[in-house]
Design a protein around this ligand. Sequence first.
Ligand SMILES: [Zn+2]
Length: 729
Amino acid sequence: MKNSLILIISALWGSFALAQTVAEQMPQVAVTAQSAAAHPFFRSEGGLKWSALTASQALADAREAVRLTRERVQAIYSIAPEDATFDNTFLAVEEATDELQCVMMLMMHLSYVADSAENRAAMEEISALMSDCTAEIFSNEQLWHLMQCAATPEKTAGLSPAKQRAVKQLMQIFVDNGANLSAEKKALKNELEKEMMMLSLAYDKNIQDFTQNWELLITDVAELDGVPDNVLLMLQNAAKEAGLEGYLITLRDETAPMVMAFCSVEQTRKKCWEGVYGYGVGTQYDNAPVIAALMEKRQAFAELLGFKNYADYEARTRMVQHGDEALAFVDSLIAKLKPAYDEELRGIMKSYCDALGKNCAHLTPWDELQALGIYNGHKNAASMVGLSAYFKSTDVLNGLFSVYSNLLGVSFKQLPAVCLKPGETCPEDKVEVWHPDVKCVAMYDTATGTQLGVFYLDLYRRADKRAGAWCAQIRQANPGPNGEIVEPHVAALMANFDPKVKGMPNLFSHEDVIVLFHEFGHLMHHLLSHTELKGHGAMGVAWDFNEFPSTLSENWAWSPEVLATFARHYKTRKPCPQSVLERLAESRSVLQAHIYMETLRRAKLDLEIHIYYKDKFKGRSLDAVSAELAADCQLPYASMPYSPLRNLPHCFAGGYAAGVYSYLWSEVLAADAYTRFAEEGMLNPAIGKQYRETILEKGDSLPADELYRMFMGRNPDEDAFLKVHKLNR
Ligand SMILES: [Zn+2]
């Protein structure tokens, strides 16, 4: 997933870049080698000195970066309008914020991998500094005037296509940030932005508070009939920790869905469901009023900037150009998926009725997980238990590296690493890491030997690490004077796999393997970016294109041909039987229609509310409207479920407003592109080379649909998604 804050930076500044030649041509304040050493968060020669990257240092460096930015921006608008060029305006602004971006990206990474009160406080302060500083730049009329002077056809005619694209993108970004508005409207826009931010925070806080506060204490174990012993034990421990007797179900872990999946007592399932899916309805944490207030502000904001609705505002930098286009895509996919979904639904209902020995036309919402579990269990009769024995961590990582080496023409070398305390000196033959578990790997172009990137692998769960898996871009390399590679990109692959069990090697589940391949897809996109302008790196690609390389990469983790290259029993070293790998590949389609339809339902509601808030939602029950609009894409419930919009922080507190569809959009692109590999060879280096050159290296230097056509020779085929996932009927 994209991180919203990184995206803000990237969206603001990612569209234009610093080329080093510019340094001599424009007025600027130089950063001396001495100041770079005094500011370890800034760009410097050699590897990152993690032991020097403390919260207090981040704040000091951020303040210095803001000072440098202000000084440089001032120097830019001392240029006479007739002398304004691409280099001394557009590129110069990028140059002006380079250190600020470096501090922000590093500190954000640190706050994710080592959560602490100091890191959080530093992050908040740096975000505020960054936001004030960017607001100043956007409202700077002298700068805007200079940019307009540098963007005239005469001035841009001789520029390279990448620079011409950067001019268009940056002008649009300034317009979208209110550059053309009157002073009064600018003030209104700033006010609306603040209000939207406060409402987003309130939305997120409601979810966090409800999650923390909801509890269900069960004292009679009979009410938990059917729940497996290990889950009962977890519930008992939770009660003990809270100083209570009995079994405590909370939303702070995964026990509530497990109770719903296994408990035979309907009342218990119902109470859990109200916790997990009620999202605070009937309590002070209900988000329905927050959504209503936020939608009013978003609509007003979009109209102020000249858009019909907020979905159109968000679509301006995406592959889809309008909210309606995204909604049409979602509706079309729902219709195409419906036959497979209905067929799967009949199977779900039949297995549920058979298991319970009764006839039921409808489920209740709290039956859903049980019904899905029974169906899944039936379909997965060929049990995959024991598969982990074939996924020893070192085998999987070597396999992953080998797949990508062959496919993309790159090679990997693990670097000896050390984790230091502040003040300790790093031995010359080692690189620093932020935790002893972290590995550091250098990536080279096999043909030329050029170092393209460095990445860290931080794979195992820790108490102070943010949950989930993601790929963090830590430092984006500056291209050389002629766009050549002069320094490596730096990124990290982050996950939360189970830590090592004593006396056993680290083993991955198949799900872990999929996660690794997914994040590695993002990683390759970042590290292989090779663009004339820094801002055209992978981080700046259209929102709905971002998940394409990662989703595509998951296919290698399902392919029996690929898995056979590294799946070996950790003890016997025998390869995993082909029949097991084939059964695994077949199991991919189990519940796929249900899972995709669930995402489509959320995507549809997200778009409907951001396009038609006033017409369809305003003044009506959120649950009733949601149920009505999503009637075609949910299980047949005996009673109406609550609207999932209450708990969709991506849309209302993250960067995915009117953007949930992008998950499906990427799935379609990935499934379609996968057909080339499936037909011409999963490990075919010729296709890999084309993929590297037309998609990965290009970053955002061309529109995403053009890149896609360069690779596939045509537009995406929606039906490939149904075929690849065996959902065509
Ligand atoms: Zn992803």
